[in-house]
Design a protein around this ligand. Structure first.
Ligand code: ZN
Length: 198
């Protein structure tokens, strides 16, 4: 897994992993600019339950393109519309580098496996936060794409994790709500420092 590739969700600091190489300055600058457009912890929009989308028009497709670009520039692998201040049910993600961006509109998780696993997650809206979250390993998600066509996604592992992380955002839920108390406390401290320094 490349450096701060992961989610809106970065997995850069997995325990035992080697320290990532520093980012190319141009990439780092693009990331800094992109992150300024991502709403940060404390913004009430992140606690909003997003509304369903019923119009599939050019404006929606433009929003998908904009969110995909923002996700790329910020080196994330997922982004929910609430994170860019738009409280409707749209998320984008891309787990494989170079693959097309997937957009899910009105996603509904209709099946989650009993099997769960823990993994570290970060979030573009929660600077310096890396916490362990337990989630089902496999999910089946019913949604529409940006053209209004029905899609069913059967996902496992990282893809399943990203989708669940982003669907949580659409319900106003953050990884801090899902992590053990001791990690939450430490994460809040690190995040406050990062927010103060910003
Ligand atoms: Zn997030």
């Amino acid at each position: 897994m490349a450096e701060d590739q992961v989610a809106d969700f970065e997995v850069e600091e997995i325990e035992g992993a080697e320290a990532p190489p520093p980012l190319d300055p141009e990439v780092a600058e693009r990331r800094r600019v992109a992150l300024k457009q991502v709403h940060q912890y404390g913004d009430p929009v992140l606690r909003t339950k997003a509304r369903p989308i019923d119009v599939f028009d050019d404006a929606l497709r433009a929003e998908v393109a904009r969110m995909g670009a923002l996700m790329n520039d910020s080196l994330g692998i997922g982004l929910a519309a609430t994170q860019v201040g738009v409280p409707h049910r749209l998320l984008v993600y891309r787990v494989e580098q170079g693959a097309p961006v997937n957009a899910l509109v009105n996603p509904v998780i209709e099946f989650s496996s009993d099997e769960e696993e823990w993994a570290e997650e970060g979030c573009l809206s929660l600077p310096a936060v890396h916490v362990e979250v337990e989630r089902p390993v496999f999910v089946r998600v019913h949604a529409k794409d940006e053209h209004g066509d029905e899609v069913v996604v059967e996902a496992s592992g990282l893809e399943a994790r990203v989708i669940q992380h982003e669907v949580d955002h659409l319900d106003g839920v953050l990884i801090l709500d899902r992590t053990p108390k001791d990690q939450r406390k430490e994460a809040m401290r690190a995040m406050r420092e990062a927010l103060d320094a910003a």
